[in-house]
Design a protein around this ligand. Structure first.
Ligand SMILES: Nc1ncnc2c1ncn2[C@@H]1O[C@H](COP(=O)(O)OP(=O)(O)OP(=O)(O)O)[C@@H](O)[C@H]1O
Length: 321
């Protein structure tokens, strides 16, 4: 299931992966208040890949991307981009970023903003081309303060394109956009990916990952809990879990079922055919209060990935003798 090994030897800069993160950890705060924002991440993104970082609030997506962009260094481990230290790649104009906030001056127009930032680059795209490619040409004369959130994101996208970067990094780029703006944004991004750029973006939404990314890396509590083709992640997201209270002898053995961590004192099983698992359980006198529900993404992976260490075949109810 693991999609790409992070441990491959580093290639020469010209052919080095776009992103190489090895054993990265980053924490904030001290003592009992310490948060492990990124907790041992290995990630390798090849040139030309389009990868979604999917995870809930606080999963560590922004912290990981901040390290990729050289805004912050890992406490442990290494991060390299395009065969160099992240700050070096950013300085060389090889990485473009679309972040959620900051960096825009309200009183300038969209076009003036792009023109001003273009002067900071050695060999930038023509201003009008950057506006066009980012889908921002239609409101180029509008003041930044009068732009919607989605328009400001497209302006940030135009700025990110100016140095013609090899790697585009986007942190929840469509947050706050309506459906139409979202679609237009991703259409513009598709065109950039087709030019061979590597794209890594963070999102809360599996739908967004599915629409755009071939590969999805799922983060939870600072760790990679899944790294797979997005279609595979989608299939797993449809996984169901059978949960029940067990009054019989242990272990609970059900053909075709994999165990999951117990929750709320209940045994939880999953498998390709949860109806068959439920039928089997209902035929015994020992399964009580049986329910079938959707698994969360992480839970689905824990239950179904073959190359992860599995918990034992059944878990006792919490607090059971
Ligand atoms: N500068 C900081 N100081 C203290 N804690 C931080 C800091 N930055 C992040 N954290 C904490 O680290 C954890 C990971 O945060 P991060 O912003 O990387 O997650 P995220 O997946 O990007 O979340 P979101 O989707 O809400 O943006 C969270 O618990 C967050 O509160």
């Amino acid at each position: 299931m693991s999609y790409s090994p992070a441990t491959r030897p580093t290639a020469s800069p010209a052919e080095a992966p776009a992103v190489e993160v090895a054993g990265a950890r980053k924490g904030f705060g001290r003592g009992g208040q310490r948060v492990r924002a990124v907790d041992g991440v290995d990630l390798r993104v090849g040139r030309g890949e389009v990868v979604a970082l999917l995870g809930p609030n606080g999963a560590g997506k922004t912290t990981l991307l901040d390290m990729v962009l050289g805004f912050t260094d890992p406490d442990e481990g290494t991060v390299r981009t395009l065969g160099a230290a992240p700050r070096q790649s950013v300085r060389a104009g090889r990485i473009g970023a679309v972040l959620q906030t900051g960096g825009l001056l309200d009183d300038l127009s969209v076009r003036e903003t792009v023109a001003m930032v273009a002067t900071l680059h050695r060999d930038p795209l023509p201003v009008d081309e950057a506006l066009e490619r980012a889908g921002a040409a239609g409101f180029a004369r509008r003041k930044v303060s009068r732009c919607s959130g989605g328009q400001q994101q497209r302006l940030r996208f135009a700025l990110a394109l100016l140095p013609e970067p090899d790697l585009l990094v986007l942190d929840e780029p469509t947050a706050g956009m309506d459906v139409r703006a979202r679609r237009e944004f991703w259409a513009a991004m598709h065109a950039e990916a087709e030019r061979g750029r590597t794209v890594v973006f963070a999102t809360h939404y599996l739908d967004e990952a599915e629409e755009f990314a071939v590969r999805t890396v799922v983060l939870k509590d600072g760790r990679v809990v899944a790294d797979a083709a997005t279609a595979e992640v989608r299939a797993l997201a449809g996984t169901r879990v059978v949960s029940f209270r067990w009054t019989g002898p242990r272990p609970v053995v059900v053909p075709g079922a994999s165990p999951l961590d117990p929750a709320g004192g209940r045994v939880r099983l999953t498998g390709p055919d949860t109806d068959a698992i439920a039928r089997h359980l209902l035929a015994t006198p020992h399964a009580r209060e049986l329910e079938i529900a959707h698994a969360g993404l992480e839970e689905a992976f824990l239950g179904l990935t073959a190359d992860r260490p599995h918990p034992p075949t059944s878990r006792p109810e919490q607090g059971a003798p």
